[in-house]
Design a protein around this ligand. Structure first.
Ligand code: PLP
Length: 364
């Protein structure tokens, strides 16, 4: 990209960054192919839609958008404090949890310092670290799961370790004993960011809740989002849970009003909507079971998932992605994740999975 007339003006660490590649929007595929019905199983969104309580709160908040939002986020932080049984000074809000991840990286990673990531994992981690001038150290997954012992080995001298549990794109988790061993081994000068974007979907009884491992003197930030199980991806709201001594610093670099008012209101309402959350998790689990049966019958290998998506080995991920697109079904090729033989499929509603199944049948 050095052909830009502005390359000489730009921070060097930005010059060779690649922009984040989102799942293809439904309307874009409709426009491009003139397709009537398009099914998107590409961005791990909630196929049930948002929590109705969240939508009602959004509508109610619309009349107040001429005012700046509460920059501190009193109502949402109070709801989070009650939900997690922690004082409100343990929370920092973000314009999506991606912003919280980016803030933590900006706070903790000086240029030249290293940050340990599992590979493959969510691409935002690497973009945030490199944009800050940090050095990425990638620890390969083992049997598609985060190898926490190897991550701990690699953490010596690192500023930060970023881990997803469940991990995106593989949907695998690490369990409590491994996690506790990791925390005991991670060097004192290394912070840990635990991204729990999909934790609501994890049904494994050994799944550790990062919140239970917070301590006032431990540099651990747990990141959660309303974009997935709560169905609020479009309004952009997520948060971090951290010791007050870290939250205080995050508040210094946080832009004012970064979490918008309608999103805060919707999130607080959705947090209380246990019925919607329960339905969302049930849809994800039922959809995964159905996809496993389909893949088993077709002889395709897959990685059992604790999230709302699954990776499946199809031979050529890019080819399958394009062939499914032609049939109105959007998935993700896993090539950009370093898994060129695989695609990642988000769980949809039964009728959406019907479309996927019919298209896959045609192609196999
Ligand atoms: C979707 C996702 C998020 C959430 O991003 P938001 O900015 O909150 O929408 C965070 N981490 C991972 C691993 C994800 O897949």
């Amino acid at each position: 990209m050095s052909e830009s007339p502005f390359s000489g003006l730009v921070s060097p660490q930005v010059l060779d960054l690649e922009p984040y590649v989102p799942g293809k929007p439904i309307d874009e595929l409709r426009r491009e192919r003139g397709l009537e019905r398009v099914v998107k199983l590409a961005s791990n969104e909630n196929p049930l839609g948002p929590s109705p309580a969240g939508v009602a709160a959004l509508e109610a908040a619309a009349a107040g958008v001429h005012r700046y939002p509460d920059g501190y986020g009193f109502a949402l932080k109070s709801a989070l404090a009650a939900f997690w049984d922690l004082p409100p000074d343990h929370f920092v809000l973000g314009n999506g949890s991606s912003e919280v991840i980016e803030m933590v990286v900006r706070l903790l990673v000086r240029p030249g310092r290293s940050v340990v990531l599992a590979s493959p994992s969510f691409s935002i981690y690497e973009i945030a670290v490199r944009a800050q001038g940090g050095r990425v150290v990638k620890v390969p997954l083992r049997d598609h799961a985060v190898d926490l012992d190897a991550v701990a080995d690699a953490a010596a001298g690192a500023a930060l370790v970023i881990l997803g549990n469940p991990n995106n794109p593989t949907g695998t988790i690490f369990r409590r004993p491994e996690w506790e061993r990791f925390l005991s081994r991670v060097p004192a000068g290394t912070a840990v960011l635990l991204d729990e974007a999909y934790a609501e979907f994890a049904v494994d009884p050994g799944f550790p809740q990062g919140r239970d491992h917070l301590a006032d003197d431990r540099p651990l930030v747990v990141v959660r989002t309303f974009s997935k199980a709560y169905g609020l991806a479009g309004v952009r709201i997520g948060y971090g849970i951290a010791p007050p001594g870290l939250v205080d610093y995050l508040n210094r670099l946080r832009l004012p009003f970064n979490a918008n008012g309608p999103a805060q209101a919707a999130a607080a309402a959705a947090l209380g909507d246990r019925a919607h959350l329960g339905r969302s998790v049930a849809v994800a689990r039922a959809g995964l079971k159905r996809l496993y049966r389909l893949f088993d019958a077709a002889g395709l290998g897959y990685v059992p998932s604790q999230a709302n998506f699954v990776v499946v080995r199809v031979g050529d991920g890019d080819w399958m992605y394009r062939a499914l697109l032609e049939r109105g079904v959007i998935v993700r090729s896993a090539r950009s994740f370093g898994m060129p033989d695989w695609i990642r499929v988000s769980v949809g509603l039964p009728e959406e999975l019907d479309r996927f199944e019919a298209a896959l049948d045609e192609l196999l």
